[in-house]
Design a protein around this ligand. Structure first.
Ligand code: MRU
Length: 342
């Protein structure tokens, strides 16, 4: 396959490399992800993360494995293993459905390569279109709040919610970004803070529990988040903590926007209750670990509840900003996602 480079993915010498998102921002380290075991390990550990990026990395790996001589049966097994690596983000399943179609073509090797490259190109275009559509909603002087990481690290392009924020900043309309640190894995504190710094966008890092008082003080003009899956009735699964922000935004009369590409839509999923939510290791809550070291503060054997995502009901969302444009609550009620909001 041709050499390829995005913010967090690299193909060189028929091998796949990922930018280790657990090592950022202290270290910019590229890791080999050229086997199914390696990539699944990176996905589990969130070294590769973000709904679009997970799907793209799995698709690129399948294409490379095909070029490196795996049989159609071996590729079909690899595809199913990759599909099961993270359950909530539907981009993975949507991308792999397309790769599966390519796998059943007669010339499956070039078909898989072409499909994987198409998915990468498409993702870039989808991100640009989301940024264009979303930036029109950002009023001059806006103080925006975002959660988790939805930037170039999580996609092949400029990102989703963070792509909107970056373009709105270029247009001169963002005065500050409140960055939720995003417990337990700190994607906001580590990754979004780093990306905004690189882009020269003014931001202030906050702990997740500070959002309420900022909103009460009138310091937040809009909330922008990404999505891991959008159900047919408009309910949205996203990083744990998103739902509380949506409730807070509703209470304070602040617009709450979800930015996502069409690969995040799941019309077959009727509502948020049907979205599988990944439960993760207790150690993510009992302490913290990263390139900065590891620490545990909870007692040994502390009992833990650690869902990676939560569901925000459609009723709390002011707009779904897709590559096709802004979807409003009345559009969702008319069934634009394949269902109707309650
Ligand atoms: O567990 P993560 O870090 O993969 O969770 C990421 C999110 O929740 C993002 O908001 C979502 O995947 C969209 S990324 C463009």
């Amino acid at each position: 396959m041709q050499r390829l480079q995005t913010t967090s993915l690299r193909v060189a010498d028929n091998q796949l490399f990922i930018l280790d998102q657990q090592a950022l921002p202290q270290e910019k380290r590229w890791l080999d992800a050229s086997t199914v075991e390696a990539l699944v390990g990176h996905i589990h550990a969130l070294r590769v993360r973000g709904a679009p990026l997970i799907g793209l990395s799995a698709s690129l790996l399948l294409a490379l494995l095909a070029e490196n001589g795996l049989s159609r049966d071996q590729l079909a097994t690899a595809l199913e293993t990759l599909r099961a690596s993270r359950p909530t983000a539907v981009n993975l399943m949507n991308n792999l459905d397309r790769m599966k179609q390519a796998l059943w073509q007669e010339d499956f090797i070039p078909a898989l390569v072409a499909e994987a490259l198409r998915l990468i190109d498409e993702d870039k275009r989808l991100c640009d279109a989301i940024a264009q559509a979303g930036s029109q909603l950002v009023k001059p002087g806006s103080r925006l709040l975002t959660h988790c990481n939805t930037g170039g690290l999580a996609t092949a392009g400029v990102g989703t919610a963070l792509g909107v924020i970056a373009l709105a900043h270029q247009q001169g309309n963002v005065s500050n970004v409140w960055v939720d640190e995003t417990r337990p894995l700190l994607q906001g504190g580590r990754l979004t803070a780093w990306e905004l710094g690189e882009l020269g966008v003014p931001y202030q890092l906050i702990t997740d529990s500070m959002a309420a008082s900022l909103m009460a003080k009138g310091q937040v003009d809009a909330v922008w988040v990404g999505a891991d899956r959008i159900a047919a009735n408009g309910d949205v699964a996203n990083k744990i903590g998103t739902y509380s922000l949506a409730v807070l935004a509703k209470f304070h009369g602040i617009p709450f926007y979800v930015a996502a590409p069409q690969t995040t839509l799941d019309p077959a999923c009727p509502n948020g209750e049907a979205i599988p939510i990944e439960q993760r290791d207790a150690r993510e809550v009992t302490g913290v670990a990263g390139s900065f070291g590891a620490v545990q503060w909870a007692p040994e054997n502390a009992q833990v509840y650690n869902p990676a995502f939560d569901v925000t009901p459609a009723a709390l969302i002011s707009g779904w900003v897709l590559d096709s444009g802004v979807v409003l609550p009345e559009d969702v009620q008319r069934g634009i996602f394949g269902g109707s909001a309650v």
